[in-house]
Design a protein around this ligand. Sequence first.
Ligand SMILES: NC(=O)c1ccc[n+]([C@@H]2O[C@H](COP(=O)([O-])OP(=O)(O)OC[C@H]3O[C@@H](n4cnc5c(N)ncnc54)[C@H](O)[C@@H]3O)[C@@H](O)[C@H]2O)c1
Length: 389
Amino acid sequence: MRVGVVGGCGHVGLPLGIALANAGAETVAIDTNQSSVDSVNAGQIPFMERDGASHLAKALSSRKFRATTDPAVLKECDAVVLVIGTPVDEHSNPDPDAVIRVLSSFEPHLRSGQLLVLRSTVFPGVTSRIEKWVAEHELAIEVSFCPERIAEGHAFEELTSLPQLIGTRSDAAWERSRELFSLLTSNTVRLLPEEAELVKLFTNSWRYLKFAAANQFYMMANDLGVDFDRVHAAMTKDYPRAADVPRAGLAAGPCLLKDTMQLDSLTGGSFLLGQSAMKVNESMPDYLVRAARQTFPLSEMTVGILGMAFKADIDDPRDSLSYKLRKLLRFEAKNVLASDPYVEDSRLIDQAELLRESDLIFIGAPHTAYRELTFVQPVIDIWGLLHVK
Ligand SMILES: NC(=O)c1ccc[n+]([C@@H]2O[C@H](COP(=O)([O-])OP(=O)(O)OC[C@H]3O[C@@H](n4cnc5c(N)ncnc54)[C@H](O)[C@@H]3O)[C@@H](O)[C@H]2O)c1
């Protein structure tokens, strides 16, 4: 099987393309980002992904995988997987035409007989629009929506361990999508496109709501002078009904908030639980600064933020709330320093210098390596990272 992955050098597209190639499909990643394409072809994965370098090396040496900016290669492909970014627009609304615009730009390179797999997270109804677009352009192309569900940093374990959802109306698309994903797993689930679209959004939203509940509990406990980590440990210890209560933290990144916004938009602004979750999660940096102000003379202090990625052990700062925290602290503190061992950003400083210069430290991202540090100054650790041994 020859597979073309459009958006194939991104956080989702690249692991998928590499995994398909290593499972035997001749795979080409098509991406507009020339520097990512060059880096992938040179054997360098452009972001942190566990075991990514060895999987990429294997795929390149088998000659089953390569990256290109040239969409003309799509003509040769039996299956086209579309996995471009689908952010909300400048007014926080989903853009239902984003995927169609990209597809239209590839029209000369598509042909009848192909399977088109939508892998980006989409607004409900987008798959149906694409089916119509395909029919209007008189292309006999089978369409399925198979959302990506990996957690960044864990793609290579999860691509083969999670069930693959296949949302389609057509038996032929089901068979062909199942054949494609059977390269990764035999665990596939057939759904209608609209069902699969909702599964993806509900799952991300559910996770975001749970983080909001934990964050609200954290604020309540903290305001009472109670240690939330001790409360959380007791709630979850040998008590299965509360085992899934998350720890508190800065719930951020390019997916959870965006997908909760998509559902709010779908309901015409009446997704009240989602709205509350957005308020709670997005207000955590403000809460942390207000709480710190009550205990510390921030205006006389150099404050350091350790960790600028949006979550632990990755290098991705997209939509990280550590940056919002940094902005707020700059209004309050004498000086604000930030560091991250993985994120590339010229505004960040060396970790040793931050530890030396800071009077107070916030843990911005709970990188595992921070557990080994010794601090001589107070630390505000919403994640409970330093409690977990
Ligand atoms: N990041 C995650 O952990 C994750 C998990 C599950 C689902 N998703 C969803 O997957 C989709 C992709 O997310 P991502 O994090 O991989 O985004 P990304 O920005 O890392 O990757 C998108 C890639 O598409 C490329 N691209 C953009 N326009 C293109 C075009 N016209 N032609 C070819 N390439 C193009 C970009 O250069 C980039 O490399 C989104 O819908 C996201 O919501 C992401």
